[in-house]
Design a protein around this ligand. Structure first.
Ligand code: NAD
Length: 480
């Protein structure tokens, strides 16, 4: 396990010597200490990243760059068991999710963008007059990737893979709770021969290191995933240097079940929609809207499934619900549960801290509330935990209006057998992703991102390439 800063292909301690503890949320034990990087470390990483743009990296052919990006994906899979273990250790998610879903998805992201490296190019433009006018698509420069703790490796890959494919250099700042897999990624990048300075990792808190990154004049773009309030702060902080920004922020995504749906499939979709990843998923289907005519029977089934899903040791391959990622997040979840009760919601399942038999760890019972009304806090604020708020609707238009009654717009689900209704609702929902008769499905080729205050810019797919390249028009006078 690496536990130092990675700058210019060298492993280093922080200039100040300051350190951060990394906690395993399933055992509450300190599993590593990593440096808390400061201004001098950041200046060093920025200098290395800028030098690399003009160095061997900048001179590589696009195809050779693509080959390196591909090889990072291969290396991640070669080391998948170890990397998955680290992801589970610092985040608390089940090893099943880390090994079978997250690490393969991160590797896939590198392979997908490897293929784009030599297909991102300019064009010739038929202008008036006797000129040859063409465009060059050039990298943006030094990209900072600021990443949250819920999918530490995958959300890093979503940023780093397209950035490298387009020829940028990157500085990764993982969340302070989950720095270990970004360091494993750096190790993989060095192992495949990525030149010095192309990929750097600085560990440290958002309130210090994050703000220094946002203010740094040598960084050209920030790719951020995290809370909406942090996104606002980053926008304000980066205004002075007018950095390019992509912001992937929070959500309160609606999952709408019509009476004509395959109800067993919808029950599974409603529960995995909120309980996958312990609900620490930006796109979690945290607001379940159920057609009033089937409400009680449907919620009985949802509650029964929630009760069957018990939290367990994240390192056990059979566990499907792990530990809440931190004490702070567990406290947030419990606070929202209490508030929901006080505001009059009906507790249908869970609602309390869980013990897996060790007396340790931040475990929470999967929780379902019925009788939620649109004005309740549980229907409005992102909790970011395994807590479902069930609301009801009378008809299609009320379902759409209630689903859209939020400042967020990340994702939504629709369950119905009526194909016209499904597409009608999909078009009316204000969300960057709409799932029909499924939920929480992703693919590197499909763009993902927010409407409204869930952010702007898209990750994944061809659309992400726009954010990591800039266009130069070149004019040549052909007049004799
Ligand atoms: P957070 O905003 O607290 O932290 C995210 C990252 O930003 C961390 O690396 C943190 O250290 C850093 N940071 C914090 N304050 C900063 C500042 N002032 N300046 C610069 N950097 C700063 O979010 P979190 O609690 O780690 O993650 C949970 C949030 O992320 C949820 O709101 C969730 O919805 C969101 N999220 C969104 C998506 C998406 O794709 N839209 C995906 C995953 C998570």
């Amino acid at each position: 396990m690496r536990s130092q800063l990675f700058i210019n292909n060298e492993w280093r301690d922080a200039d100040s010597g300051a350190m951060l503890d990394v906690i395993n949320p399933a055992t509450e034990e300190t599993i590593a200490r990593v440096p808390s990087a400061g201004q001098a470390d950041l200046d060093g990483a920025v200098a290395a990243a800028r030098a690399a743009l003009d160095g061997p990296w900048g001179r590589l052919s696009a195809r050779d760059r693509g080959r390196l990006v591909w090889n990072i994906g291969e290396k991640l899979m070669e080391r998948a068991d170890d990397i998955a273990r680290l992801e589970t250790l610092h985040n608390g998610k089940p090893i099943f999710e880390s090994r079978r879903i997250e690490v393969p998805a991160a590797a896939d992201c590198f392979r997908y963008y490897a293929g784009w490296a030599d297909k991102v190019h300019g064009e010739t433009i038929p202008v008036s007059g006797n000129y040859l006018t063409y465009t060059l698509r050039e990298p943006v420069g030094v990209v900072a990737a600021i990443v949250p703790w819920n999918f530490p490796l995958l959300l890093t890959a979503w940023k780093v893979a397209p950035a490298l494919a387009c020829g940028n250099t990157v500085i990764i700042k993982p969340a302070s709770q989950t720095p270990l897999t970004a360091l494993a990624l750096a190790e993989a990048a060095a192992a495949v021969g990525l030149p010095p300075g192309v990929l750097n990792v600085l560990t440290g808190p958002g309130s210090t290191l994050g703000e220094m990154i946002v203010a740094h004049g040598g960084i050209d773009k920030i790719a951020f995933t995290g809370e909406t309030s942090t996104g606002r702060q980053i926008m304000r902080g980066s205004a002075a240097s007018l950095k390019r920004l992509t912001l992937e922020l929070g959500g309160k995504s609606p999952n709408i079940v019509f009476a004509d749906a395959d109800l067993d499939a919808a029950v599974r979709g409603a529960t995995t929609g909120i309980f996958y990843g312990k609900g620490e998923v930006c796109a979690a289907g945290s607001r379940l809207f159920v057609d009033r005519s089937i409400r009680d029977q449907f919620l009985d089934k949802v509650a029964a499934r929630a009760k069957q899903l018990t939290p367990g040791d994240p390192m056990n391959p059979r566990t499907r619900l792990g530990a809440i990622a931190s004490r702070t997040q567990l406290e947030t979840d419990l606070r929202h549960i209490e508030l929901a009760k006080q505001e009059g919601a009906t507790l249908l399942a869970g609602g309390a801290r869980a013990d897996i038999g060790t007396g340790k760890g931040y475990f929470l019972q999967p929780t379902v509330f019925g009788g939620v009304t649109p004005a309740m806090t549980i229907a409005r604020e992102e909790i970011f935990g395994p807590v479902l708020a069930a609301l009801e609707f009378a008809d299609v238009d009320e379902a759409i209006a209630r689903a859209n009654d939020t400042s967020y717009g990340l994702a939504a689900g629709v369950w119905t057998r009526d194909i016209k209704k499904a597409h009608y609702v999909a078009r009316k929902l204000q969300a960057g992703t709409v799932w029909i008769n499924t939920y929480n499905i992703y693919d590197t080729a499909a763009p993902f991102g927010g409407y409204k205050q869930s952010g702007f810019g898209r990750e994944m797919g061809a659309h992400a390439l726009e954010h990591y390249s800039q266009i130069k028009s070149v004019w040549v006078d052909l007049n004799q």
